[in-house]
Design a protein around this ligand. Structure first.
Ligand code: FAD
Length: 407
């Protein structure tokens, strides 16, 4: 253990020195301004572009990915140290943000199921932040019951011809690639005739139409595939066994959703308790004036702490080599509960100021709060709904019998 600590101390010094030399101070604490929030996804230029290139060259935008494909080759302890040093410098990772679903979901799945050629072609551009991916799973009649999907791919000899419609495709309008589940054998049982294909988005056979959300932004699309082309060498995993590959991607998706938000904003922040006191006021003892709110806020802070400690414990137990498993379903639901409760409490604390949509009567923080509260509702839907995670926990972790979705 002492040896590990010595290595980590040395790595911390290396990371700090590298950030000193390579992270432009002009960007410190400016993650949201540089990367855009909500509806706006910014094109990088100037120092931000330089930073993206340097980070990508070093592989530290995808710190735990193998270095032979352009990743950082770090273990999870080192990656955490790197994150701490980046936070201290006010630095942020534009690569994961620019890649859409590429770094969190598709990349890890390619690393696991891809051929050597696929890893060489697809992983390096992701590590450099040069490419954005979307995920084409859901369809108008296939959400939770994903195996009912009907988008089909037919073998044309040299390539696949894909026809159908996807929906809720996050970032489809700005992505260069889509990792899609398609039906390749309509005669097989529901889950057996599905394949995972990597499809180029920039082609005449693909059209996207933005869907507007209750929170105002349009982060996702309907995606129409009409005689779209997928190359033979872009089939990921075995033909007709895309269900296995596709489920793995979903585990990676859940694992990426175990945080409770706000991780991107580096630098000192007002604590939740301070925010509460600012809006609700304090009593003669300096405690939050509303006793009932105080009790619920304490409960929430304990839940948030328990969630954060559980994440740390899992990392420690994995000794720096975290494997994605079905436990991601527990963590995703726990993260959802914490994040949604935090939004509810914030809106409540702000009172009238927490329900503004626009206008001079509300400051930027208040307007962002109500949008965050609304958009946070999606967390219990995307990546498989709260109820679907409970089904997975009951079947795959508790070993209880399956009650629904036989197919
Ligand atoms: C912000 C956001 C981004 C998204 N991004 C993407 C994306 O990039 N790519 C993509 O492919 N999809 C994406 N989705 C779609 C998402 O995966 C689906 O919305 C989700 O799987 C639920 O499917 P559905 O909307 O069809 O709801 P339904 O499946 O119709 O479910 C409706 C309700 O019934 C419940 N329910 C359904 N079946 C069961 C069951 N067996 N047991 C218990 N309860 C059940 C659900 O929990 C839910 O409450 C996104 C969704 C959101 C909200």
């Amino acid at each position: 253990m002492a040896a590990v600590s010595d290595e980590l101390v040395a790595f911390r010094a290396e990371a700090r020195a590298w950030l000193d030399e390579n992270f432009p101070p002009s960007l410190s604490g400016k993650a949201n301004a540089v990367l855009g929030v909500g509806e706006s996804r910014n094109q990088l230029e100037g120092d931000a572009l330089t930073w993206r290139k340097r980070l990508g060259e070093k592989g530290w935008g995808t710190p735990t990915w193998p270095s032979e494909y352009g990743g950082g080759g770090l273990n999870h302890y080192e990656a955490r140290v790197l994150q701490e040093e980046m936070n201290a410098a006010g630095a942020f990772n534009p690569i994961a943000a620019l890649a859409g679903m590429g770094v969190t979901m598709v990349g890890p799945t390619i690393l696991e199921y891809g051929t050597e050629d696929q890893k060489q072609r697809h992983i390096r551009p992701l590590c450099r932040g040069e490419v954005c991916w979307c995920v084409g799973y859901s369809e108008p009649n296939a959400g939770s019951d994903l195996a009912s999907l009907t988008t089909k791919a037919e073998d044309n000899g040299d390539y696949w011809i894909v026809n159908g419609q996807k929906t809720w495709t996050s970032g489809a309008d700005i992505s260069q690639w889509c990792g899609a589940l398609v039906r390749t054998d309509p005669s097989a049982k529901k889950r057996d005739g599905i394949s995972f294909m990597m499809i180029k988005m920039d082609q005449p056979g693909i059209q996207t139409r933005l869907i507007k959300l209750i929170a105002g932004a349009s982060p996702f699309c309907e995606t129409f595939l009409t005689d779209a082309r997928a190359e033979k060498n872009d089939l990921l995993g075995p033909l007709n066994d895309g269900w296995t590959v596709g489920k793995r991607l979903l585990q990676h998706e859940r694992a990426s959703q175990t945080g409770t938000g706000n991780e991107r904003n580096a630098g000192p922040r007002e604590s939740f308790q301070e925010l509460a006191k600012r809006y609700v006021g304090t009593d003669a003892d300096g405690c939050l004036a509303d006793a009932d709110l105080r009790s619920r806020l304490s409960g929430h802070l304990m839940d948030a702490k328990a969630h954060a400690l559980t994440l740390q414990r899992i990392a420690a137990e994995a000794r720096g080599n975290i494997q994605v498993t079905a436990t991601a379903s527990i963590l995703k639901n726990s993260a959802t509960n914490v994040a949604q409760m935090r939004s509810e409490l914030t809106v409540e604390m702000m009172g009238y100021q927490g329900v503004g949509w626009e206008g001079d009567g509300f400051n930027g923080e208040e307007l962002a709060t109500v949008r965050g509260w609304l958009s946070g509702k999606a967390m219990s839907i995307y990546g498989g709904s709260f109820e679907i995670q409970n089904n997975i926990i009951s079947k795959n972790i508790l070993g209880l019998p399956e009650t629904t979705q036989r197919g």
